[in-house]
Design a protein around this ligand. Sequence first.
Ligand SMILES: Nc1ncnc2c1ncn2[C@@H]1O[C@H](COP(=O)(O)OP(=O)(O)OP(=O)(O)O)[C@@H](O)[C@H]1O
Ligand SMILES: [Mg+2]
Length: 362
Amino acid sequence: MGLHIENLRKEFGKLVAVKDLSLKVETGEFVSLLGPSGCGKSTTLNMIAGLLYPTSGSIFIDDVLVNELPPRDRKIGLVFQNYAVFNHMTVHDNLAFGLKIRKTPKNEIDKRIKEVAEFLRIGDVLDKRAGGLRLDQLQRVAIGRSMIVKPSLFLLDEPLSNLDAALRAVMRVELKKMQKELKQTVVYVTHDQLEAMTMSERIAVMNKGELQQYDTPSVIYNHPKNQFVANFIGSPSMNFIDCSFAEKDGKAFLDAGVFSLDITEFHEIVKAQATSSELILAIRPEDVKIMNQPSMDEAIETSVYMVEPIGVKTIVTMPIGNRMFKALAAGGFRAAIGDRKWIAFQRPKVHIIDKKTGSVVV
Ligand SMILES: Nc1ncnc2c1ncn2[C@@H]1O[C@H](COP(=O)(O)OP(=O)(O)OP(=O)(O)O)[C@@H](O)[C@H]1O
Ligand SMILES: [Mg+2]
């Protein structure tokens, strides 16, 4: 049940927009397709919806191979960024549209409209023309139009990107709540990591048409599989420092030139898995500690380049070697530009990446 995609591929001439993508979405699961612009999210969604024909591969919805089925026979609901609501029609008639096409009896149509309108809190605008609505109301109508036919699979392509930040936050919560209550299977396309992280049970991170990692938000965040995922997820982004692998007196080190980090505990795994001695040390800004004194053995001396208070936290930028390094300090952190500081890494949070392959080794 749910959605099952196997080796899905889409070529536009020479361009491979989606490259042999395989993915399973369980019934009732909320899955996001997340990645930068042009990575193939919409192309994937449009193939699932039946709006684009795959070059190769299979799509199963509720265990039925749907490759040859037109969109209306796929038991899907579709919501796009640009609403696709009929502006000249009332909200009521917009909601009724899909049911009328399916020749649903009038009393059943009225009952469902009442339920959906209540659920989406648009009961008070049912008689208004859609063209006169606020953006968020319009978006609710678009969602209502799709959910009213009780689709097996709900497909949404950046549905919130036209809304301002505050409304986006409200709609994010409401969409997620609706999905949970209805146990609706959802595939949600977004390039916004915050949306993907907050709403999804699992995230499929894509880049250049290829699936990079498919896992829960927590695994994606804490155990990225490669440098692309490590860099794409998290704000401010992870820090990366080029290092070389060094061995001395039975110990192993990441040698960054300006400092050296003892990684003897990972000696075997790095030796076995790294394809060369070129490694990258990766660490999230929140896992970097700033100190006024070199109170730990491994403290690295630096100075404050910039301080950016963002309310609950403060982003502090400091040079390490020839790279800028970011740390996330407490909201109350204050320092002057040029202040001398020492930083240290929370050791369990340090990742080691194979520079040649981009794979995360530790
Ligand atoms: N009909 C088409 N003809 C030719 N190329 C296309 C077509 N549709 C998409 N592409 C190309 O395929 C690639 C993937 O596009 P797609 O729209 O799936 O990306 P996306 O991840 O949805 O990006 P965005 O976040 O900008 O919406 C892009 O390089 C795009 O230019
Ligand atoms: Mg798109």
